[in-house]
Design a protein around this ligand. Structure first.
Ligand code: SAH
Ligand code: SF4
Length: 398
């Protein structure tokens, strides 16, 4: 869920005046390698198998990025690692924290492409919303990202890197064994995770590994527009919570709102939900439903929704439409959203209305991407100034 790029953002990295940061660094980035791949790499360096576990622990449990500080590893190996490898984070192009404490980053990757990540805190925990693609090839008509097409898939390292950089920002290392602030992950940023499934799957397996970041599958939710065959694979391979962007109760309307519906219509989508392996009463599938004025928000739609989901363990999430310049829809009236929610509640389902967070920093996912070039340049400059001020303060106190 994100908004289209402004003119400057659709330029290629070489044109957009942003440095392709570390693209000349030919060292291997260790972030995003599976455990097996890391083991193979160390084997090629002549290191014994147990080193893999040690290095994994430093990278993903301790969050260390400097090989020199990995004191349990022999000095000679640390030197070889520094020469040949790197533990990379995406560069922060922009960071903002809203009055209600939502934090948003625009991360830049070595080729100059950028993606958004948002942290939404609750009382003593919170969810990080991660992107899996720059742009998206599925042209959902209410989604700003859908208007920009696919620029490219993010690699497993770039997906894990967003979460690690968010943890850096809160200093949440080593990975806490008890309560965590960054406790949950939602794959609801830019892009369709089931289209970039190999990289998303690799990234989530790294994140779920019990000897590293160790976030359980119960705390991870993947949102899809409904790529039916990949839903089965997602269930068997990852077993994470599933959210389905439903948005309509008839194929006729869903074909327009979510065009992938023409390939995988509602009947097939609902059947895939019924057989999703980890779905049960305790772990329900979330049906996301964007509220579009006069389009899908009538009481009759709500009643049809209740009829459709019979026998599927679901809960609903009603999302007030987040408008963007030139969007062909408007958000439903608050009263209509409330009535819709009440009908679902009366039918025995949870149907909270998503509260927009971080309005003052454009934190609704995708909004940074729709800020004007001038606004974005100003926001970037302010963010750099804050960073410089923090560094000066840090230097003077240490
Ligand atoms: N591609 C995946 C995940 C990213 S979109 C998917 O479609 O599920 C995350 C959620 O944001 C989806 O439910 C999507 O339908 C919703 N969304 C996209 N644009 C939106 C907008 N302008 N206002 C409200 N919700 C939107
Ligand atoms: Fe947007 Fe649709 Fe792509 Fe999701 S699948 S990011 S809603 S265009």
């Amino acid at each position: 869920m994100t908004q289209p790029q402004t003119q400057s953002q659709t330029q290629s990295p070489a044109q957009n005046n942003r440095p392709a940061a570390k693209s000349r660094d030919k060292r291997t980035d260790l972030v995003g390698l599976s455990r097996n791949e890391l083991g193979e790499l160390l084997k090629d360096m002549g290191e014994p198998a147990f080193r893999t576990k040690q290095l994994w622990h430093w990278i993903y449990h301790r969050g260390e990025t400097d090989f020199a500080k990995m004191t349990t590893i022999a000095k000679s190996m640390r030197e070889t690692l520094s020469e040949q490898c790197v533990i990379r984070r995406p560069e922060i192009s922009l960071e903002q924290t809203s009055r209600d404490k939502a934090r948003k980053w625009l991360f830049a990757f070595p080729d100059g492409n950028e993606a958004e990540t948002v942290f939404i805190p609750e009382d003593d925990r919170g969810a990080v919303c991660i992107s899996c693609q720059v742009g998206c090839s599925l042209t959902c008509t209410f989604c700003h990202t859908g208007t920009m097409g696919l620029v490219r898939n993010l690699s497993a390292g770039e997906i894990v890197g967003q979460f690690m950089a968010a943890r850096d920002s809160y200093g949440e290392w080593p990975s806490p064994s008890g309560t965590r602030l960054l406790s949950n992950i939602v794959m609801m940023g830019m892009g369709e995770p089931l289209i970039n499934f190999d990289n998303v799957s690799k990234a989530l397996k790294i994140i779920m590994d019990g000897e590293g970041i160790a976030i359980s599958k119960r705390r991870i939710t993947l949102s899809t527009s409904g790529l039916v065959p990949m839903m089965d694979r997602c269930g068997s391979e990852l077993g994470v919570n599933l959210a389905v962007s439903l948005h309509a109760v008839t194929d006729q309307l869903r074909d327009v709102l979510v065009p992938i519906n023409k390939k995988y219509p509602l009947k097939e989508l609902l059947a895939a939900c019924r057989r999703y392996p980890s779905a049960n009463n305790a772990r329900r599938i979330t049906f996301e439903y964007v509220m579009l004025r006069g389009i899908n928000d009538s009481p009759a739609d709500a009643r049809e929704l209740l009829r459709m989901v019979k026998g599927i363990p679901v809960k609903f999430n009603l999302i007030p439409f987040n408008p963007w310049p030139g969007a062909p829809y408007q958000c439903s009236h608050a009263d209509d959203i409330k009535r819709f929610s009440e009908i679902l509640n009366d039918g025995g389902f949870s149907a909270p209305i998503r509260v927009p967070r971080g309005r003052d920093i454009l934190a609704a996912c995708g909004q940074l991407k729709s800020a004007s070039t001038r606004d974005l340049d100003r926001l970037r400059a302010e963010s750099q100034q804050r960073k410089a001020a923090r560094e000066t303060q840090h230097a003077s106190t240490s």
